[in-house]
Design a protein around this ligand. Structure first.
Ligand code: ZN
Length: 278
């Protein structure tokens, strides 16, 4: 079993899947300066990351204003807390500006349909994906610890909300509820992945697919959407993880699917309870 969880790897060069030019990175997402591959997706990503990184600051300022709000109290000093928004705006804005200088796609390269190639099903062995397990573990720890702090002070937190005072532990309650919501809503997909993967390991078939979209998931892996053709020639879509963090829009990947029901599919880079035996 390979343990690469804490090994920092130097980012590998990424080459444009359309023209082979070395791609430039914007935040972490590649775009091609030659044929403008992925410029649009990289722009969307800059805006999305800006929004996501600003949410905690804005939430913090809203919570602070809970404590300040009231007759005769000025909200003006709170504006000082918004400086990270300005800094972020500048930094993310610069990335966006660099992307705009590349320009929009000269030719809007249509998504190439995945080839109807069915490589041989790779041999799989049962092996738990450590990144996946660690991710799950950290998520559980987060929910338990924030919940522990929040519930043991729940009376005081609610009193503070009622009287419009700011209790710092309110932050823990909010983070706990967000974490719990995420855990509960993603649990069915995770459980399903276990079932689907064992079925695919038994009667699976392999296909070459194309990545349609990639979004930053966590330190451990990115979330991808992909398309592939099943044995009847129909195009299927799937969602999964890319633990290799090497796949971006329009790149090829190997997908394993259940020939009896191709909606049950998993990318090789997103296997959680098996690994390919090489
Ligand atoms: Zn290119």
């Amino acid at each position: 079993m390979r343990l690469e969880l804490f090994k920092q790897q130097k980012a590998k060069d990424i080459f444009c899947p359309h023209c082979g030019t070395k791609a430039q990175l914007f935040l972490y997402k590649p775009a091609c300066p030659n044929c403008h591959w992925n410029v649009r997706a990289a722009k969307t990503n800059v805006l999305k990351q800006f929004r996501n990184s600003m949410i905690p600051f804005i939430l913090f300022v809203v919570l602070l204003s809970l404590g300040t709000f009231g007759p005769g109290k000025s909200l003006f000093p709170l504006l000082g807390w918004l400086w990270p928004v300005g800094f972020g705006g500048f930094w993310f804005g610069y990335e966006y500006f660099k992307l705009s200088r590349i320009g929009q796609a000269k030719i809007v390269a249509p998504l190439e349909p995945p080839p109807a190639i069915f490589p041989q099903m790779p041999p799989l062995a049962r092996s738990y994906n450590l990144s996946f397990l660690l991710l799950l573990f950290l998520e559980l720890v987060f929910v338990v610890i924030t919940g522990w702090i929040a519930y043991s002070n729940l009376g005081r937190i609610l009193d503070a909300v009622r009287t419009r005072r700011f209790d710092p532990d309110l932050t823990f309650l909010i983070f706990h509820l967000l974490g719990l919501f995420h855990l509960v809503t993603t649990a069915p997909a995770k459980l399903r992945a276990f079932v689907v993967e064992s079925r695919i390991a038994t009667f699976g078939q392999a296909a070459v697919g194309t990545v349609i979209s990639e979004s930053y998931g966590s330190q451990m892996g990115n979330e991808i959407e992909y398309e592939f053709r099943d044995a009847s020639g129909g195009t299927q879509r799937g969602k999964g993880m890319d633990f290799s963090k090497q796949l971006y829009e329009d790149m090829r990947l190997m997908v394993l699917f259940n020939p009896a029901d191709p909606r049950e599919n998993v990318p090789v880079c997103g296997l959680v309870t098996h690994r390919v035996v090489t």
